[in-house]
Write a protein that binds this ligand. Structure first.
Ligand SMILES: [Zn+2]
Length: 184
């Protein structure tokens, strides 16, 4: 297992379009394992490949005890809309209210290369949309109003010097994981 460095806001990796995975190889499965390790160490509930500087179209999530590793995920349906607070492992300590579909259905490949469908509502739906956005270079800040985005970026300006080179070193601490802040 290895814990990867997380790229934070300002790293161009976060704005890159990912490349669909052609075949689910042991390298992809190793990436997924490392992404889970990194996500748990950082106490997040979701992590997408660009957040660890990779270009594969891969995301991992753990929402309310259910683990998901999704390869080439695509949203095939959206219903309703709901506002809710979001954070992001790549923009630590910055949060904002984002309007999202309240229910989504996603198709993807799993770690075995089989086609799967995931239907989620509420937090799972929000996490799916947030992570799939990452795979297309999109961040939750992009949804904020001009004023709220300006405030979020001003807050980030005071924080970002903690992450030289746009790198967040994740250190595994020995305590019980909690996901109260819900950084994705
Ligand atoms: Zn995120």
């Amino acid at each position: 297992m290895s814990i990867l460095d997380i790229r934070v806001l300002g790293d161009p990796a976060l704005r890159k379009e990912t490349v669909p995975v052609e075949s689910v190889t042991d390298d992809i499965r190793a990436l997924i394992t490392d992404m889970f390790d990194t996500m748990y160490a950082a106490e997040g509930i979701g992590l997408a490949a660009p957040q660890v500087g990779r270009t594969e179209r891969v995301t991992v999530m753990d929402v309310e005890g259910a683990k998901y590793a999704l390869i080439n995920p695509e949203i095939t349906s959206r219903q309703g809309s709901i506002r809710g607070e979001e954070g992001c492992l790549s923009i630590p300590d910055v949060f904002g209210e984002v309007e999202r579909a309240n229910a989504v259905t996603v198709t993807a490949l799993n770690e075995g290369g089989e086609e799967i469908e995931v239907a989620g509502t509420e937090l799972l739906a929000r996490c799916l949309q947030h992570e799939i956005d990452h795979l297309h270079g999109k961040l939750f800040l992009d949804y904020l109003s001009v004023l709220k985005r300006r405030a979020a970026l001003a807050k980030w300006d005071g924080i970002k010097s903690q992450y030289p080179g746009y790198i967040r070193k994740v250190i595994l601490e020995k305590h019980t994981p909690h996901h109260s802040e819900g950084e994705l």
